[in-house]
Write a protein that binds this ligand. Structure first.
Ligand SMILES: Cc1ncc(COP(=O)(O)O)c(C=O)c1O
Length: 389
């Protein structure tokens, strides 16, 4: 049967063992046994598909990868211990000394740190395109540009990159296009459809959805994944089978969860519209978003993250955070529980005013990861905290 990706996210499962379990088994093992030396020799020669060692492959981890491949429409994948190991592994597997990366300053903070602080150790160059002026990006491509790396929507700016345009640009110059699809998830957008060669995730966020485990995954073109696999099986960022089991179970409910996160985010945006304490609200599917048309073109819905800017700046942000009664103050997103964060006083506090401006962090910016609680409770908590901000 030709199954819909959402059905595959529910139904893909490691072959049933002799115990006849219904729920998927967990292969919490470091290594795998062989019947005899010949079989072992063949496994090492890659003449059969036997698992050897969990740093290379594991059935529970593979189940998680297979589901993400189905959801993203990708040929193959590799799962890692965190989103950052997926990103770092991707950079290291494909970028050589002397290569150039084209990216954008609006990428996740640790990704920005790898690019700006560590790349020089390996003589890897980079350029950042300005997300507001995509027409300026092509001029940044050099003969040694090997990879284009973007995130859309961005964290925490919620800016949008036009993937159709970027896919064409990467194809024209024969450059590997990598998209961090963490914020949208494959429920809301599938970058491979626009020409992304590799799509990666911090599985720690919406894919888990309950704030329990760290994980990462890269999926895409089989030949590229093979290169990534060979790099990772030797350098060791493998995903734990336990975390893979948790993540695989989470994917059974990904679509329904994301739809409800979007419902609640839309209700919140509506309740905040025109609020006197706010300069603006930002949400990909709100007509005031500067890239609204692009968001509508490439996403099915606006996602579970909403940002707004408090008129009172940093102090107001701190008062807002302190006044919240239900929302969690925690450094994560994509949880069933709603989360508030204030980048200017936390994650981005060390950035200069200029740097903050470049990535859209205003002093009063609040990011809400809208959870699965009753929308009225989320809205009421935020409205009462706004009164005290
Ligand atoms: C867009 C994005 N990419 C990557 C990461 C890194 O993921 P992890 O924390 O799983 O290493 C994050 C974490 O917040 C993120 O938001």
């Amino acid at each position: 049967m030709n199954l819909h990706p959402n059905t595959q996210a529910v139904r893909i499962q490691t072959s049933r063992t002799n115990e006849q379990e219904h729920s998927t088994p967990l292969f919490l093992t470091s290594s795998f046994c062989f019947e005899n030396a010949e079989e072992m020799k063949a496994a090492f020669a890659e003449e059969n598909d036997n698992n050897i060692y969990t740093r290379f492959s594991n059935p529970t981890v593979q189940e998680f990868i297979d589901k993400i491949c189905a959801l993203e429409g990708a040929e193959a994948g590799f799962a890692t211990a965190s989103g950052m190991s997926a990103i770092f592994g991707t950079f290291m597997a494909f970028l050589n000394s002397g290569d150039h990366l084209l990216s954008c300053s609006s990428v996740f903070g640790s990704t920005h740190t790898i690019i700006t602080k560590y790349f020089k150790r390996w003589n890897i160059e980079y350029s950042y395109g300005d997300i507001r002026y995509p027409e300026t990006w092509e001029a940044l491509i050099k003969p040694n540009t090997k990879m284009i790396y973007v995130e859309t929507p961005t964290n925490p700016g919620l800016d949008i990159v036009d993937m159709e345009w970027l896919g064409k640009l990467a194809a024209k110059h024969n450059i590997i296009l990598v998209v961090d699809n963490c914020f949208a998830t494959p429920v809301l957008q599938k970058p491979a459809e626009y020409g992304a060669h590799l799509v990666l995730h911090s599985a720690t966020k919406w894919l888990d959805g309950q704030g329990r485990v760290l994980g990462g995954v890269v999926v895409g073109q089989a030949d590229l994944i093979r290169e990534l696999y060979l790099f990772c099986r030797n350098t060791g960022p493998a995903l734990s089978p336990f975390n893979a089991w948790v993540l695989s179970k989470s994917l059974e409910t990904l679509d329904v969860r994301i739809q409800r996160h979007c419902d609640n985010a839309e209700a919140l945006v509506k309740a905040l519209e025109g609020h006197p304490k706010l300069n603006w609200i930002k949400y990909p599917f709100h007509p005031s978003h500067p890239m609204y048309d692009i968001a509508r073109k490439q996403m099915t819905r606006g996602g579970g993250l909403v940002t707004f800017d408090l008129k009172g700046g940093v102090d107001s942000g701190i008062r807002f955070m302190n006044a919240l009664q239900m929302l969690s103050l925690t450094s994560n997103l994509g949880d069933s529980r709603s989360i508030a964060s204030h980048p200017a006083s936390t994650t981005h506090s060390k950035l200069s005013a200029e740097e903050k401006d470049a990535v859209g962090i205003t002093p009063g910016l609040i990011r809400i990861s809208v959870g699965l609680e009753h929308s009225g409770d989320i809205i009421n908590d935020i409205l009462q905290a706004l009164e005290k901000s």
